[in-house]
Design a protein around this ligand. Structure first.
Ligand SMILES: [Zn+2]
Ligand SMILES: [Zn+2]
Length: 343
């Protein structure tokens, strides 16, 4: 059967179409996508004019699959390996990588020229992965082995929402045991922040959302309160002026605000500098929780198998690849924590 993928064309048209997936080049692997989560960033790509990706764009970046073929020189993976795809890998060669901070890598490696439309036009995979497809090609460093026992519908969430949320707590903010935490925006990433705060041993986890259904879910995943209050760490998972300013207000003395959510172009917030100074507020920006797939995916998978991290509860529904549109609509309307597409 021909390969298929969900493609965004300049002008905003999105369609499931047949695509050509080439053989993996040196250091690359061909992966069959077994499951892919539908993440807000895909909506962001559609709504923000491609978000810097060259058209046409192959959507999807939260995938789990099976290695089908390995390119020359691949030594870490073999056909049949179960993997989660990482969009934030490290090149090993940029300035942050050289100074020993691969989590801040500026040039995550990408496989180029492997994915095309039938007419030969090259497709740009979202965040170097392109998982709304039957197959994709990525550098070997971007495919991380996970235990076979973890079902792909759950494993895929590790690739973006869960890594972003949990690692924003453990790596970006380094939340300490006993800390008070607030989470503004309780979708899949917010739920993952809540789970990360629980794992870190936070004493208070305040879930904040306009949607009552999300607050009920937040309590299920470990939130202790559903009203605002002063905290040590305030996570803005939404990225709007109102939510960011709310986070600044919630951060108590020497408190930390962590911006995770993607803001629309032009979004601005106001800072009260004397108040910032008096309170010694720290402001951190989290790019996907500064996660490093090689280190973090295996431990997240292990925590899930050990029952410390609830992935199964985050999968609200599954659908075939053709269900991409309903999945995006359901996310926009807040009906689901996650829809997972099963190509
Ligand atoms: Zn680098
Ligand atoms: Zn994502």
């Amino acid at each position: 059967m021909a390969d298929q993928g969900v493609v965004l064309t300049e002008g905003g048209t999105v369609a499931l179409e047949e695509i050509d997936v080439g053989a993996p080049g040196p250091g690359e692997v061909l992966v069959r996508i077994d499951a892919t989560g539908v993440c807000h960033s895909d909506l962001h790509v559609i709504e923000e004019n491609g978000w810097g990706h060259a058209y046409p764009v192959l959507l999807g970046h939260e995938g789990a699959g099976t290695v089908i073929e390995t390119g020359e020189g691949v030594d870490t993976l073999a056909a049949g390996d179960r993997v989660v795809l990482g969009w934030k890998t490290a090149c090993g060669d940029c300035a942050p990588c050289r100074r020993g901070e691969p989590r801040q890598c500026k040039r995550p490696p990408a496989a180029r020229g492997r994915l095309h439309r039938h007419d030969g036009t090259e497709l740009t995979p979202v965040l170097r992965t392109g998982t709304f497809a039957t197959h994709t090609v990525v550098p070997q460093v971007a495919a991380v082995k996970v235990p076979e026992e973890l079902p792909p519908e759950q494993a895929c969430l590790i690739g973006c929402a869960v890594a972003t949320g949990v690692m924003s707590v453990l790596e970006t903010a380094k939340v300490w045991e006993g800390a008070r935490v607030a989470v503004i925006g309780c979708g899949a990433v917010g739920i993952s922040v809540i789970q990360g705060a629980r794992i870190a041993g936070a004493s208070e986890i305040r879930a904040i959302d306009l949607d009552e259904r999300k607050l009920a879910q937040a309590l299920h995943f470990g939130a202790t309160h559903t009203e605002p209050g002063p905290v040590d760490f305030a996570f803005d998972v939404v990225g709007r002026r109102t939510t960011f300013e709310q986070a600044l207000g919630l951060a108590g003395s020497s408190g930390t605000v962590v911006l995770i959510g993607l803001s629309p172009a032009g979004e601005k917030a106001e800072l009260d500098l004397p108040a910032l100074f008096a309170k010694r507020t720290r402001i951190l920006v989290s790019h996907g929780g500064d996660h490093l797939p090689q280190e973090d995916f295996p431990r997240l998978a292990r925590w899930s198998l050990d029952g410390k991290l609830d992935l199964a509860g985050m999968v609200t529904r599954t659908a075939p690849l053709a269900g991409w549109k309903d999945a995006l609509d359901a996310m926009r309307d807040g009906d689901v924590i996650r829809t997972v597409l099963v190509p």
